[in-house]
Design a protein around this ligand. Structure first.
Ligand code: ASP
Length: 436
């Protein structure tokens, strides 16, 4: 019989009606045996996420302030959920323990993890499912990386034909200290559970009906993507397409478990499938762009004759602890593009060191750059993709600052000025929307 892991995001579990809808989805298919809940999210735009309240509680406790306000809101929220769902789960003893730890030695990770823990306890009771605490089975190495031993450890308790609830977002370090993934990390837990339980499918239930070809705030009519490969998604999500945590594909990629992005509010809509391979109809499957990049352009005559020049350039960035994103090159130029939030005020010091260590003719720093990735595995079978893209940018009257095509021919990266970002994304979308 098929086995399905289903992860529900915070917006799909924000109130009792949402939780009931999620539970109805679980019950509608007996293959849905592994349930991974997030903490309850916002019920409206001005509501608070439980995770944020827990971080706030931790901050207040650290500063010796009275944290009764976040505690009270959390207590009322879970009491209300338990009453409406008709379960006996009592959050108060758990909150006393959390308060005691908050006053003593709680880390932010421990505090934040309690949202998923409490919601997992509540939902396990409502579904009459076994509750599995990830603190015992999801292991991190001391370095903070996931310990692959997790898969066997967790797999061993997910045996049999029962129904299991494994809260998202956290696990534990070798000394037992709770550690969370980064924000939105329940998606990663879902992927870990899918792999550990040998699921055939990982359903990721959220509040949108799958991915769109580009950001619908920029192109409202952007089409839904039916299927996308792990690699294509990776290219798009590192550029900021955010429906799924960008690390969630790693656990399922090796065993090739497909991820299906689905909408709890429209469970019958087909969503988007993330798959190991797909038939390619169109050359472009998605376009993602973001602002906030800086480019360092280094010019030196005959740099191509100087052995180790590129390595020296990159080592300057490494010495300043700055990761780079792209490196377009010319015969006498190398440009290094970095995210502004990576720079942390290091730009001037980097320029000084580049000048000292490389004796360049010129180093020019360009701020306010936006980068757009146009992605699709079908590009390498199509002639004229780059021409079509640059043509669209020119027609939109946008000055193209950078263009870089990866050698896998799966993406074309362009750089434009930040104020041209939206205009460029729209122009690229229109150029490829109906191009077969
Ligand atoms: N509750 C956590 C967060 O708000 C994790 C998650 O929802 O995936 O980031």
């Amino acid at each position: 019989m098929q086995r399905i892991t289903c992860k529900f995001g915070g917006s799909s579990l924000a109130d009792a009606a949402c939780i009931q809808a999620a539970m109805d989805i679980v019950k509608a298919n007996p293959a849905r045996r592994f349930v991974v809940p997030s903490a309850p999210g916002k019920r409206s735009a001005d509501d608070k996420k439980i995770t944020d309240l827990l971080y706030a509680w931790h901050n207040m406790a650290q500063q010796g302030l009275d944290a009764s306000e976040p505690r009270k809101i959390i207590e009322e929220r879970f009491n209300g959920l338990a009453a409406e769902l008709g379960v006996s789960f009592d959050v108060r003893p758990c909150l006393s323990e959390i308060a005691e730890r908050a006053a003593r030695d709680a880390t932010p990770d421990y505090m934040a993890s309690r949202g998923e823990y409490l919601n997992g306890r509540l939902i396990a009771e409502a579904l009459q499912a076994a509750f599995i605490d990830p603190a015992e089975y999801i292991r991190f190495k001391k370095s903070g990386m996931l310990d692959p031993a997790t898969y066997d450890l967790l797999g061993a308790v997910l045996k049999g034909d029962g129904l299991f609830v494994v809260p998202g977002f956290y696990g534990a370090l070798p000394d037992g200290t709770i550690k969370t993934f980064s924000r939105g990390g329940s998606d990663i837990t879902g992927a870990i559970v899918a792999r550990a339980s040998h699921s055939d499918l990982y359903e990721n239930w959220t509040d949108v009906s799958g991915f769109r070809m580009t950001d619908p705030r920029v192109v409202p009519e952007a089409k839904r993507i039916e299927a996308i490969t792990y690699r294509e998604l990776r290219e798009l999500s590192y550029m900021g397409a955010t429906v799924l945590h960008d690390e969630a594909i790693f656990p399922v990629r090796e065993p090739g478990i497909p991820i299906h992005i689905l909408n709890t509010k429209a469970p019958d809509s087909p969503g988007t499938k993330i798959v190991p391979h797909r038939e390619t109809a169109t050359p472009v499957c998605g376009i993602a762009g973001r602002a906030g990049f800086t480019m360092f352009s280094i010019e030196k005559t005959l740099m191509n004759k100087e052995h180790g020049f590129g390595r020296k350039v990159l080592s300057v960035f490494e010495e300043h602890g700055v990761s780079w994103e792209h490196m377009p090159t010319g015969i006498d130029t190398i440009s290094i593009i970095v995210r502004d939030d990576e720079l942390r005020g290091e730009a001037d010091a980097i320029v000084d060191d580049l000048c000292k260590q490389l004796d360049p003719d010129e180093v020019v720093v360009t701020n306010g750059l936006a980068i757009i990735a146009t992605v699709g595995q079908g590009m390498n079978h199509h002639v004229g993709v780059a021409a079509r893209l640059t043509g669209a940018i020119a027609k939109a009257n946008v000055n193209l600052r950078v263009i870089d095509q990866g050698s896998t021919e799966m993406n074309i990266i362009i750089g434009v000025e930040e104020q041209d970002l939206e205009k460029s994304v729209r122009a690229i979308y229109e150029a490829f929307d109906n191009w077969q």
